[in-house]
Design a binder for this molecule. Sequence first.
Ligand SMILES: [Zn+2]
Ligand SMILES: [Zn+2]
Length: 756
Amino acid sequence: MVKITISGRVQGVGFRPFVYNLAKKHNIKGFVTNVEKGVLIQALADEQNLDDFYDLILAQKPQSSQITATQKTTILSTEIFEDFVIKPTAPNLLIDIPLTPDFAICQSCSNEMLDTENPRYYYPFTTCTQCGPRYSITKKFPFERINNSIDEFIMCESCSQEYKNSDDIRFHSQTNSCPNCGITLKFTTNSGEIISESNTEIFKIIAEKLALGNIIALKNTAGYLLICDATNEEAVKELRVRKRRPTKPFAVLFKDTNTISNYLYLNNLGKSTLSSTEAPIVILNSRNTLDLAVNQIAPNLETIGAMIPNSGTLQLVTANFDKPIIATSANFHGSPIASSEKEVTKTLKEIADYFLHNSLNVLHPQDDSVMKFSEKYSKKIILRRSRGFAPNVLDFKIPKCNEKILCFGSDLKNTITLLPNNNCYTSEYIGDLENYDTYLRYEKTIENYHKIFNFEPEIVLFDAHPKYISSQLAESIVHSENEIYYQKIQHHKAHFAAILGEKNLWKSEEKILGIIWDGIGYGDDEQIWGGEFFEYQNNAINRLGHLDYYPWVLGDKMSKNPKISALSISDSNPLVRNYFDDNEWAIYTKTIQNPRIETSSMGRLFDAVGFILGFHQPISFEGEAAIYLEKLAQKYYSTPENKLIDYLENIDMAANCIPTKSLFEIIINHHQKGISVGEIAANFHYTLIKCIEKVASTNKIRTLAFSGGVFQNSVLVDMIYEFLSNNFEVHLHENFSPNDENISFGQLNYYLNIKN
Ligand SMILES: [Zn+2]
Ligand SMILES: [Zn+2]
């Protein structure tokens, strides 16, 4: 008899029914069940048969599964098996495997849903063992019906038959349901009046309402979305006004990838990413505006975030409405994505004209994940890691550790990371904690993890910023429980640790240069850091250099007004005088003469350069001026005959510091000389790349690791590959976003590896 243990993403993906059928086919006796580490199989047959069985499990595993480890041992057993069975999971099992994320609807379920003859015709919750919601409806693990919110629906006779029939694609499908026994839909006005509860009718009405320019809040598998006709300029404009979102781009839902190709440049990589089970939003370059209201969808940009339906609900919407549709998380500007009917009818009735509710409880709301690919080298850049990916951190080698650890992350683009067992979990993007609703979601997320893993932290890690809300919450937990050990971790060192951890670089014999560039973080010297060079060797991180300090003016105001960064870095250059009134000028110039705090923020330098090159208004979402600059640079850089110049070629970079003011002066000069903004923007990016090269060469370092929000910039990413990857080994994030979403993961890595 053999005992086989299979670990990885093996629960909620049809693994047990798959093993059952394989065993039956090969005349093997025994059982399969869910255990702490994944799936356990005990099998009895002759040796050759068992070997084949094992090989076939690995070779033919269910499509949605991911195996991380397997073990096969021969055991002696006196137990008698007459058959092969799926054993129910033992009660109160703690789990030690990745959680199963939501999967986009599969082709076969989708075909059934659109087939007039099928009993599941127009039933949007048509799912099978390979598709449908998982994490978003999970109360606890293992993934069994009783442990998730679909348990509120009792399977009808026909669904039970499918569940029990080993030849059926819904054999042991935990989310099985149909129109007779399952989830119901309700289409209402924004005052709650029911318009229809018939599935076949509702989607026709939705199409009519969209055509009239209405905005609809629609409940998708992981939370509500706001949708409207993406070709109707007035409707999209109205959505912006109601959502208080002046310029941040909206994502667009297209029927399928062929339709996307009519509007946007889509290569095979983009196509396969959009069609994957994670079904993220992918940002693509515009090809043909056609009927799209582009000026309202993505003002001043030439890209659009595109998605295809990831659920039956969205598929039925696009099947009835033959135009692209805006699909954006349902919330007020800055609040987390909403997921309960009660919540949305209260908070969103001023935004949505109509609501599409359903009766399935979403327990873990998640936004859609967002990513893009750099233009020249097609490097993946994750901008938001959420549905489909979170909370699993796969392929991460955790050093031996018996402590239960909770990491509180950063205040902007917050996530939390925990180590409750031998797996590491990083939550989905939660948001900016200064928004009270987001803060509540943050607390709730921590509480949910306590429940799923029966987890009490012994170690608490948080950002060194004394004023961060996340740090204050962490400290309050530490002080109420004196058994808890805690550590404050500097923001940019956490970023560096995140990329070292993601790429498993801790054991590197050679020195590694960390290039950590972002907006702001609290530095060890109590100044605001953000343009940092570190070196890593032998489990220690040292700061090598940074962007030369310049005055930090009025905190938050500086982050929102690129003109203030320009004023600060240019030492009150008369060129920027016109953009300030007398009063402002008096206050700001005085602060700059006697700054209390200084900064090395790369994000603010991008803002300042963006301002000089034409971005004059306050920003309405984080990174807006930097995105403007990236777009200018991209055009110039994409034209092969254009030459790039290193602005600092003849300037000495003493002490590994980038001379911020000299660089900025050169940029102003070139602008005054009438050199095109695109050329200056591209040269600015190129100069930064050359600065990295100089620091690396001066310090004789051959391995470079990048992190921080600045590396969401695809021009920089491409330039790293074009100009640095030949002479250096370069590492950029692939499974995490480079922005502050990776801070909590970095905090964990720092604690586990750094001995300062
Ligand atoms: Zn399916
Ligand atoms: Zn049913």
